[in-house]
Design a binder for this molecule. Structure first.
Ligand code: NAP
Length: 259
């Protein structure tokens, strides 16, 4: 299927690794020009070079923390007229809410709620004027099925989700869609880190946690980042213009509800 996005411009945040990178690669495979971001310069440049040589599209790499105003300004300076925005950032650490003060909450809110909103604020009017826009936010399955130890994530991402639900309806008439992708367990560094944390808390081997999680998922496996990227590219496509305001779980069937 031709996704009808050849030559479109996309900003993909937090994209040197994992799910962000998979989204960037899937868009590049469809001929989309990219601006990608992550904090560490070397792996980001390596990813940019790999994508350029593999897919033959222009890729600009902007290193910096996406929660910093200066990083977002640098991204927008090289891509003021994005057609596609994929928001993403690292997830907050696990823990007990009794240990979290204003600083911990502010960090989580900044990364997982306010940063996507500030980015959207900068690109959306251009999208409306050009009558095409695709905003895709990488959130978490925890928005639908909270994970107790990830309270910072549950809280901050739900705030983002609530805000976007209103925004999506407001801009739909202009050809701009806003959707959230909710990953369940995907084989990335983040999953390795969260499983290591769980193993430490429970005093068991990481392999034990891994096997428990694999057994608990109806698909008996973790997701592959490229499956996530492919879905993102479809959401960004010309075919997905009537799909907006949705929270789409990619979790192998882990969420147990009928709807
Ligand atoms: P990952 O494999 O650890 O990759 C994270 C990427 O984001 C890296 O490129 C990292 O590069 C970049 N990054 C992190 N913090 C950043 C920041 N503040 N500014 C700019 N770039 C930043 O993680 P992932 O699995 O792809 O997860 C992506 C998001 O999905 C996270 O929010 C995570 O919580 C959520 N999620 C993941 C899963 C899963 O199973 N994988 C499940 C549910 C939710 P640098 O470190 O160099 O910045």
């Amino acid at each position: 299927m031709d996704l009808q996005i050849v030559g479109r411009r996309a900003i993909v945040c937090a994209a040197s690794k994992g799910l962000g990178r998979a989204c960037a690669e899937a868009l590049a495979a469809e001929g989309v020009e990219l601006v990608i971001n992550a904090r560490s310069e070397a792996p980001l440049q390596e990813t940019a070079e790999t994508i350029r040589s593999k897919y033959g599209v222009p890729v600009t790499a902007i290193a910096g923390d996406i929660t910093a105003d200066s990083t977002r300004q640098a991204i927008l300076a090289v891509c003021p007229d994005a057609d596609i925005l994929v928001t993403n950032a690292g997830g907050p650490p696990p823990g007990d809410f009794r240990d979290w003060g204003r600083e911990e909450w502010n960090k989580a809110l900044d990364a997982n709620m306010l940063t996507p909103i500030f980015l959207i604020k900068e690109v959306i009017d251009g999208m409306i004027a050009r009558k095409f826009g695709r905003i895709i936010n990488i959130t978490s399955g925890a928005v639908k099925a909270p994970i107790a130890v990830l309270g910072l994530s549950n809280g901050a991402r739900s705030g983002l989700t609530g805000f976007l639900a209103g925004l999506a309806r407001d801009v739909a008439q202009h050809g701009v869609t806003v959707n959230n992708l909710l990953p369940g367990p995907f084989e990335t560094d983040r999953l390795t880190v969260t499983m290591a944390g769980a193993a430490k808390r429970q005093g068991v081997a990481v392999e034990t946690i891994r096997n428990q999680r694999l057994a608990a998922n109806p698909s008996r496996r973790f997701g592959k980042p490229e499956e996530f990227g492919a879905f993102c590219a479809f959401l960004a496509s010309g075919h997905a213009g009537f799909l907006t305001g949705q929270n789409i779980l990619l979790d192998g069937g882990a969420y147990p509800g009928t709807f």
